[in-house]
Design a protein around this ligand. Sequence first.
Ligand SMILES: [Zn+2]
Length: 220
Amino acid sequence: MLTRLLLCCVLAAVATAAQAMTLYKSTDANGRVFFSDQQTPGAQAFVIQERKVERPILQRPKAPYPQQAYRYPLPWRGGPFRLTQGPNGSFSHTDTKSRYARDIAMPEGTPIIAARSGTVVKTENRQAGRGGDASGNFVRVRHDDGTEGVYLHLKQGSVSVRVGQRVAVGSPLALSGNTGNSSGPHLHFVVQQVSEAGLVSIPYEFNQPVGTLPNFALGN
Ligand SMILES: [Zn+2]
């Protein structure tokens, strides 16, 4: 054991000191093994070549979507409200477009504000009740990293932004509603990203629990 340890030390020293080196192994009368860089009679010679160690590149498992460092402030004024369906919710958060969405029950007419800055790229404002589009009235904001925040089931006629408009965190977007495929007044907030398969829902986190009052210090 001691011998092995010594050898390891020698090898480490060799590796840092020289490209190649000859070591001599000898055994004394008690059977103890020694290594030395000095040749002694009867010693067995080893040429130690420093090897180029190919360090394995640590491959981190690739996430199927980019990590979302941004944490979304609650996109409404008032509350506190209740989360009624979270990511992977079996009621309707099962397809690729809505898998990581959150539903927050809130009275119709609750001010909905931008949870992240960006540019409004699409809106719908004219749908009454269930209408023809499951999303109901909505606002879609493209963030600067290419992801999109979508605010669904908004109140008819309440959307106060237009396509191309720049919005900041806390900018008013619309009032909450109960339009489209909605079983009660609520906001469906989802973050999506364009992929080969079209728009896909990606995970996101709010910066505080849904059931708390919005952080008014942030302007919401
Ligand atoms: Zn939903």
